[in-house]
Structure formats: structure tokens, C-alpha cells
Design a protein around this ligand. Structure first.
Ligand SMILES: [Fe+2]
Length: 459
């Protein structure tokens, strides 16, 4: 029997860190969208620095993506276990397609595509670019081979690096967008292959050594004053369009839990009939839970001895009480909060709270690919470990305008029937996350590293 074991996932496959330390510290929040009255020589230096950073990051990010896949066979990389999840091979090709479609083809008249058919094949959803395959059919792409997709990446990488010698400001912006896009797909590679390997009829083996008992800091409630506050991105540095414009919101005083909900707390909800009590659930959530027979978070499994185990990159392991509960839907997060007598935070409350302290947590760069127990004082796990469901529907900020053209389809057209998640997870690259970052998924989604932080009205 072939051993299914993700412990050899690429983060451990090399002694090199996934990401090198940034060449310089990120710029502090300035509250302004542009520096003004900057001396010309300084402006030129800043521009040169940014270009050098991006050139370096291009090689680094493209390389990290490959490293995330290097322990997987070609067969593994073709798997599509459900329409929401894509094959690893498709992610490798699609992130390459993004650079080819938005940077190379429009800006280099002499550019020769690696294969003209890939324009259709690896388009995800950009209707203004042209037709694309149905999302659920990505697992049918036995052709092109994985080797061809690697060749495609090399072809595009060489063309991009060559173009960077003479790229305009607008083209550098496209490179930056393409790199952030690729980092989003790095996390999707990990979540999608996890689901695919969990779905395999071959049972995953329990991975060797006993789990070290870990403790979590006790939960406390942190108080935040109400009033008119600002949220949204307004700093130097990259942000997606959905994080803008920065704007004022009126908040009532609120409390936020110092850490995420743990497995032990979630087990108490389950033991108290959490999955059998319709009064705790939103109607759509109850219907979904009944239809799909939910009785625990995704990837949990109750063994014959009555103990809960969960599927991780290291195979099945006992559910660790102190770890944050993970792979729960919005519906489960909402039901848990109702059972606990409190609520989920709004995204504005989350962001205002996040601005109050230095943020730490487990990210992709740490290499665990698994959320870790809370440590330390104050607000913990705000960045990394698990994406935190908020009570906020994913909608446009006041004054939001999507970009013109096909790239306007990146975020804006998904502002319907989804909820905002904040903070990143153990599979999010450290250089990709920030307090204003707005992730979004439908309320039934469970295969991302999604967890729960509680909030409450201040008394
Ligand atoms: Fe994409």
C-alpha cells in the first residue's frame, strides 16, 4: 500500500527557507496614497529599489510555487476532488497564464505564446479575455503533461525576466499583481491537494510519533472603544482593489476574544449536541449540515475507540485540544458563536482591533502547514494559523471602483453570496498578508484553513 504522507511536503523538503527575508522593511502606514513633493533623485531611488525588489520577488515567488509541488507525483498533481478545488498542475499553469495574458501578450508585439491553446485552457474566469473550460473539468486535463506545464513556466519566466529590463511603471504594477495572484494560488495548491489526498480511497496512515501535548493561553476578552474609525488600505505598498478605498465606519464598543476557538471548546459544542440542535443554526446552514451529514469539522474522523482524529499533512493524528479549530464553514462558526452566547466579529471590528497591536501567528513560511496553539499575551493568532470568519457579507467598500478591462473581474464580480475572512492562515505566505486583507468564500466552504474568533457587544 502506498503511504499517503504529506510530511514530505516541500516546506520540509529543503533546508532553504521558502521566502528569503525582505530586502528592506515594509513601509509604515502613512495614511496617504502617494508621497508628495519627493525630490526627484529620491523618487528615482525609490523606483529603482521597488523594481529590484520585484525582480527578486518574481524569481522567489515562482520558485516557491514549484517547491510546494515537488514532492507530489504527476498523478497527484492531476487530481480534482471537487469543482471548488483545482489540480495542482492547473494552478502551475494558470499562474503562468496570468503573466502571459496580462503582461506579455499586450506589451510585447513579438512575443510568441508557448501554446496558443493555453489561452483558453488556463483562463479561470476572465470573460473579457475569452472562453474558458468549466471549472469542474480541470481534472480532465491529462494533456498537457506536467512536463509541458513546467516548460510553459520556464518559457514565460524567461520572457518576463527579459521584459523587466525595459518595463514601464504599469507593467511593474502588473508584475506585482501577478506575484500576489500567484501567492493566493500557493495557498490554494496546499488546500486543494489536502482535500484531494483526503478524498483518496486509500486510507491515510496514522503518522508515527505521539503528539506532544500543547497548551493554549486562556481566552480573555479585550475591550475596544466605539466611535468613528477608519478601515481599508491607504498605505504605500500593494493592496488588492477590494481593500480600497479607506473609509470611515461607526463602531459600537465591542469585545474581541484574545485567541481563536480551540478544538477543546469546539468538542464541547459537539458534545452538547451542536450539530443536532436546529435552534443554533441559520436555515441555510442547517439544511447544508443535514444534507451533507456534518457532525464535526471537515477532516475529522471518530475512530472505533471514540477518539477524534483529523487529517493533516502528516496523515491522521489525534485532535489536539489546544489547537484552533479549523476547516469549519461560516455556518458552523455562526452556530458555535450562538451556542456560546456571543457572536462573530464584523470585518471592521476585526480590522480596528488588528491595528492595535503587533501581530504574530503561524504562516506558510513557518513550514508547519498546520495551525498552532495560541501563545503569548494580548491578541494572538490574528495573523496566520486560521482564516477567521467574520459576520460581514463580502461587498464593495463605499466608493469602490473595479479596474477597467478584464482585470476588473479579479475581485469585484464576486461580491455576492460570500462572507469575508480575515488574517491569513498557516498556509498563507508572510509577505502576502496584512490587516486590511479581505479574503472571501461562500458560507458553506470548509476546505480552506478556516476557524473562529468570537466577539461580543461591550456591556
Ligand atoms: Fe487565479
Amino acid at each position: 500500500m502506498r503511504r499517503i504522507n504529506l510530511s514530505t511536503m516541500p516546506v520540509n523538503a529543503s533546508s532553504q527557507p521558502l521566502y528569503a527575508a525582505p530586502a528592506k522593511s515594509p513601509k509604515p502606514e502613512s495614511g496617504r496614497t502617494h508621497q508628495i513633493n519627493m525630490p526627484t533623485t529620491t523618487a528615482r531611488m525609490v523606483k529603482t529599489d521597488r523594481r529590484e525588489d520585484l525582480r527578486q520577488r518574481f524569481c522567489e515567488v515562482r520558485n516557491v510555487t514549484l517547491r510546494l509541488t515537488e514532492s507530489l507525483s504527476a498523478e497527484d498533481q492531476m487530481l480534482q476532488s471537487m469543482p471548488d478545488a483545482s489540480p495542482v498542475k492547473w494552478h502551475l499553469a494558470h499562474t503562468t497564464w496570468f503573466f502571459e495574458t496580462f503582461l506579455l501578450l499586450p506589451h510585447i508585439p513579438s512575443y510568441k505564446p508557448f501554446d496558443a491553446r493555453f489561452q483558453f485552457l488556463f483562463n479561470s474566469y476572465y470573460k473579457q479575455v475569452g472562453a474558458h473550460p468549466q471549472r469542474g473539468s480541470r481534472g480532465l486535463m491529462s494533456r498537457p503533461s506536467l512536463g509541458s506545464v513546467h516548460d510553459y513556466r520556464r518559457h514565460v519566466d524567461a520572457a518576463v525576466i527579459d521584459r523587466l529590463k525595459q518595463a514601464s511603471d504599469g507593467e511593474w504594477d502588473l508584475v506585482e499583481l501577478g506575484l500576489n495572484h500567484e501567492q493566493q494560488h500557493q495557498e490554494l495548491i496546499l488546500t486543494d491537494i489536502k482535500h484531494a489526498l483526503w478524498s483518496s480511497p486509500l486510507p491515510a496512515e496514522i503518522h508515527g510519533a505521539a503528539i506532544e501535548p500543547a497548551s493554549s493561553t486562556p481566552r480573555s476578552w479585550l475591550h475596544f472603544e466605539g466611535g468613528i474609525r477608519e478601515v481599508g488600505h491607504a498605505a504605500n505598498g500593494f493592496a488588492f482593489d477590494n481593500e480600497t478605498p479607506r473609509h470611515e465606519v461607526l463602531l459600537r464598543p465591542f469585545q474581541l476574544a484574545s485567541r481563536c476557538v480551540t478544538n477543546a471548546e469546539y468538542l464541547a459544542f459537539m458534545t452538547d449536541g451542536g450539530y443536532r440542535r436546529p435552534e443554533l443554526w441559520l436555515s441555510d446552514g442547517w439544511d447544508r449540515a443535514c444534507t451533507e451529514h456534518w457532525d464535526s469539522p471537515l477532516y475529522w474522523n471518530c475512530a472505533d475507540d471514540g477518539a477524534w482524529r483529523c487529517f493533516t499533512r502528516a496523515g491522521l493524528k489525534p485532535v489536539e485540544p489546544a489547537e484552533p479549530v479549523c476547516h469549519v464553514s461560516y455556518f458552523e462558526a455562526d452556530a458555535f458563536a450562538r451556542w456560546a452566547g456571543v457572536r462573530l466579529p464584523t470585518e471592521e471590528e476585526w480590522e480596528v482591533a488588528a491595528g492595535s497591536e503587533p501581530l504574530t501567528g503561524t504562516l506558510l513560511d513557518d513550514g508547519t502547514l498546520h495551525p498552532q496553539p495560541s501563545k503569548g499575551e494580548g491578541l494572538t493568532q490574528m495573523i496566520g494559523d486560521v482564516w477567521e470568519w467574520t459576520a460581514s457579507p463580502y461587498a464593495a467598500y463605499p466608493g469602490f471602483r473595479p479596474a477597467k478591462g478584464a482585470l476588473g473581474e479579479y475581485n469585484g464580480k464576486f461580491m455576492c453570496n460570500q462572507f469575508v475572512l480575515r488574517g491569513g492562515s498557516c498556509c498563507t505566505p508572510a509577505s502576502h498578508i496584512r490587516p486590511t486583507y479581505r479574503n472571501f468564500f461562500p458560507p458553506h466552504a470548509r476546505w480552506q484553513f478556516t476557524g473562529i474568533r468570537l466577539a461580543n457587544d461591550a456591556s
